[in-house]
Design a protein around this ligand. Structure first.
Ligand code: B4P
Length: 217
């Protein structure tokens, strides 16, 4: 990956953005910035109005406001570890966020490269309801496709795995609606800006990773 780039991973909830962004982070030694993870961390911090707002919004499967996201991303991308570039996992998700990202890229003199992970709706349900994650190391499992060796325990740090509060049928339907309305239009937006590649996300995690490496090396 050439120095200084901003990699954006677009895709429906459950398309595998987080799974792949974590692997890319290791391969290219640039940080994965998951806005979902950052928001969950703020929500866990305490009983502030902001934490409560985020907890409720995420659990309902709605999008957190652009104002909050713009602040979160600006702060995170100014950190020292972003100097060589970074991977945005789950950001932008609205046109307003995409426009803000352009301003950020311009001010940091960086190029934006976007990859869309394409997936069939029929696969999303099992991926999301089956997802479990480790609260300590962040490893993502799936009870159907990638179960941990020992039931509900992380293979790496022996922590109990978490089932996210938004990985239930009602929130998943809402998240898909939000995706269709706010995020899917970004595919055309980035096509027009000629910085978009698309890959088939229905394949195995190893095969999807191989496709991504071909794009970014
Ligand atoms: P996120 O945390 O970003 O989560 P996601 O989109 O649901 O999942 P992802 O696509 O990363 O799937 P994963 O790799 O885990 O967002 C959660 C919420 O945060 C949003 O609803 C919103 O409220 C808020 N939020 C975040 N960013 C925001 C923004 N910019 N603006 C406003 N609000 C924002 O994979 C899913 C499952 O599939 C896993 O179990 C995995 O093991 C499995 N899997 C992955 N790849 C596979 C493959 N190739 N084959 C089989 N299984 C696979």
């Amino acid at each position: 990956m050439s120095v200084g780039k901003i990699i954006v991973i677009l895709g429906a909830p459950g398309s595998g953005k987080g799974t792949q962004a974590k692997r890319l982070q290791e391969k290219f030694s640039v940080p994965q910035i998951s806005t979902g993870d950052i928001l969950r961390a703020i929500a866990k911090e305490g009983f502030s109005l902001l934490a409560e707002q985020i907890r409720e919004t995420q659990a309902a499967g709605k999008l957190v406001s652009d104002e909050i996201l713009i602040q979160v991303v600006s702060e995170r991308t100014q950190k020292e570890d972003c100097k060589k570039g970074f991977i945005l996992d789950g950001y932008p998700r609205t046109l307003g966020q995409a426009q803000q990202l352009e301003g950020l890229a311009l001010s940091q003199e960086r190029e934006i490269k976007v990859v869309n992970v394409d997936i069939l709706d029929s696969l999303l349900l099992k991926r999301l309801t089956g997802r479990r994650s480790c609260p300590s190391c962040g490893e993502i499992y799936n009870i159907y496709f990638k179960p941990p060796k020992s039931n509900n325990i992380c293979d790496h740090c022996s922590e109990f795995l978490i089932h996210r509060s938004d990985d239930n049928l009602e929130s998943i339907n809402k998240r898909l609606q939000e995706y269709r309305k706010n995020t899917e239009p970004l595919i055309d937006y980035y096509k027009k800006h000629q910085c978009l590649s698309s890959i088939d996300g229905t394949q195995s995690p190893d095969e999807v990773f191989e496709l991504l490496c071909q794009i970014f090396q």
